[in-house]
Design a protein around this ligand. Structure first.
Ligand SMILES: [Fe+2]
Ligand SMILES: [Fe+2]
Length: 358
């Protein structure tokens, strides 16, 4: 009798192109036994037979489709989120939506997710950024989520500006667009751009100094988000990936922000903003567990001008995040990836800044 996680592993290995004989050797099974497991997995649908067929051509759920999902969900008492659609997260016309009833047996496919924390481009830490891109090329993310403060927007900051640091907004925007080009090249199915307080600087600048241009110049248009196929989440709002919430911040900073965030949401949540790396899990009396995570940042601490550098070096951590979404349950399994001395490990693979640059 082989465990469900071992079966899952076998399926993943087969998908990665390994032969049954080779896989069998790793887990002490014959190639016939491996083939039987693979055949069984192929026959098992993610859930029960289809109960709803979506009509419509948009990549995101239409309001009608969402309403229908909620209706069916309540009728059948199914555990269902709007992300719980198959075979991808977003249905195409005629795609079947699978509802789950009864005991969940595990989805054959977990979707890899890349979380891009505060990079503060153009003041980003270039070797670490390149390291993340290199690791992401292997991860092949299904979903990319920018958690906010991808751009620094120093040019429109209302703080007093050090003239030695002066940059034209045009240059900053060009560098952020170049970074988005790199993320686009990863080929993700879903791309989410969450604004942070630094992206919000643009809105505040326009409100204060050029209200006539309000709505004419904004973050989505400067970064061509619509053309690139990114979902845009304004500052102070959140999005969801499966059952996970993601937002830039909830107004908390410092060491305990991660606890305050969990207390605010009372759901599993990823945030940026603090530039710290933290991972906490809390339960309650009925055994429900939630995770709150912050994945550090990708900025260059030597270019920080708004905090004492020694404090920034002590508290902030270079890093990013990866996750795996189980589309059948909506659970997202999160892994912070700290970058230590120019190295990191993603899904068992070691990456170094020297390799990343090569
Ligand atoms: Fe930040
Ligand atoms: Fe922030």
């Amino acid at each position: 009798m082989i465990s469900a996680p071992a079966e899952q592993w076998i399926v993943e290995q087969a998908r990665a192109g390994r032969k049954p004989t080779e896989i069998g050797r790793s887990v002490g099974l014959s190639r016939h036994q491996v083939r039987r497991i693979l055949a069984k997995q192929r026959q098992e649908p993610i859930g029960m037979p289809p109960t709803l067929r979506l009509i419509g051509g948009s990549r995101t759920l239409s309001d009608t489709a969402r309403k229908k999902l909620i209706e069916v969900q309540s009728q059948q008492n199914a555990e269902l989120t709007e992300e719980f659609v198959g075979p991808g997260l977003y249905p195409s016309p005629g795609d079947t939506v699978w509802l789950r009833r009864g005991l969940y047996r595990g989805s054959p496919t977990l979707h890899p997710i890349l979380f891009v924390p505060d990079a503060h481009i153009p003041y980003h830490h270039v070797p670490s950024w390149n390291l993340m891109i290199r690791a992401a090329q292997d991860l092949k993310p299904h979903t990319i989520c920018v958690i906010g403060d991808l751009a620094d927007f120093f040019g429109v900051s209302d703080h007093l500006k050090d003239p030695r640091r002066a940059r034209r907004l045009e240059d900053e925007v060009a560098q952020v667009n170049a970074a988005l080009d790199e993320l686009d090249a990863l080929g993700a199915v879903r791309k989410i751009f969450i604004e942070g307080n630094h992206e919000d600087r643009l809105k505040r600048y326009l409100e204060a100094k050029a209200p006539e241009l309000f709505g004419f110049v904004d973050v989505p248009s400067l970064f061509n988000l619509r053309e690139r196929g990114w979902e845009h989440v304004p500052y102070h709002e959140y999005t969801r990936i499966g059952k996970l919430f993601v937002t830039h911040d909830v107004g908390a900073a410092g060491k305990y922000a991660v606890y305050q965030t969990l207390a605010t949401y009372e759901h599993s949540i990823v945030t940026g903003h603090t530039h710290r790396l933290a991972y906490i899990v809390e339960g309650n009396a009925v055994g429900e567990y939630k995770v709150a995570t912050q994945f550090g940042w990708l900025g260059d601490v030597d270019q920080v001008d708004y905090l004492h550098r020694a404090k920034a070096k002590k508290d902030w951590a270079l890093g990013f995040g990866v996750g795996r979404l189980d589309p059948a349950t909506g659970y997202v399994y999160l892994s912070p990836v700290p970058i230590v001395n120019g190295t990191c490990v993603v899904e068992g693979q070691l990456y170094t800044t020297t390799k990343a640059a090569a």
